[in-house]
Design a protein around this ligand. Structure first.
Ligand code: ZN
Length: 239
């Protein structure tokens, strides 16, 4: 399975019971449809954090723009970043799991799977209280058996600018803007300064094009947002 193939996977795998887990080149679910009159929606997602030096400025930039995002956290980065994670939640971002040690979720024993996913969920519960904490498997790789243990929706992506490949902000921004459309899930990494700069430029560009930013969970609610406690951004361009 190559990175190139992973980049074209669309976009959400729902509960394992309903999965046929796809091969890498097959869409797992139909893209969300834009209904007439609805603004285009997009979900910005960040993997591999948190990292104070970069996630902090990203949260500042997102808050300034009132834009929600979704963060898939690496468990071993949670300790020492508790305040940052609490701020994510308070700012209205969705928080999920990206395993404890950024491992490939294939051929793991149940015990090892729980050490990667269950342990990370437990750490997040300690910081944030009870939550579902959806799972994004590192590299988008997971086998059917491990998927059955996920206990939450699995989230992949549909637009991948490969922001880890270099620190060329212009290239990363262009790679997103050339491929993004309604219902897309953009994959980025909040551990790089260049990714933070690029993400905020993407936000400004897409807001100016009429996009609304939502979390992945909000996207899956098919534009029916249900504000609960706390901040629930649904950032759209000014009318
Ligand atoms: Zn990752």
């Amino acid at each position: 399975m190559s990175w190139k193939k992973l980049t074209v996977i669309t976009c959400i795998l729902f509960f394992f019971a309903a999965l046929p887990l796809p091969g890498p080149a097959e869409p797992a679910a139909a893209p969300l449809r834009l209904e007439t009159g609805d603004p285009p929606l997009v979900a910005l997602t960040f993997d591999d954090g948190p990292r104070g030096a970069t996630t902090g400025p990203l949260l500042d930039g997102l808050a300034l723009r009132e834009v929600p995002a979704t963060f898939f956290l690496v468990g071993e980065r949670i300790q020492g970043n508790e305040e940052l994670i609490r701020r994510m939640a308070l700012d209205g971002h969705q928080i999920g799991v990206h395993t404890y040690g950024h491992v490939i979720l294939k051929s793991l024993s149940r015990q090892d799977f729980d050490l990667q996913v269950g342990k990370t969920r437990a750490l997040l519960t300690d910081v944030l209280g009870e939550g579902e904490f959806w799972l994004r498997p590192p590299y988008g790789m997971i086998d059917r058996t491990d998927a059955q243990w996920a206990g939450s929706p699995l989230v992949l992506w549909s637009v991948d600018p490969e922001d880890w490949k270099d620190s060329d902000v212009d290239r990363i921004v262009s790679a997103v803007l050339e491929h993004v459309g309604d219902g897309d899930i953009i994959l980025m990494h909040d551990i790089f300064h260049s990714s933070v700069d690029a993400a905020l430029r993407v936000v400004d560009a897409l807001l100016s094009q009429g996009y609304c930013f939502v979390t992945v969970e909000q996207l899956m609610e098919e534009r029916q947002l249900t504000p609960e406690n706390g901040v629930q951004y649904r950032r759209c361009p000014p009318a």
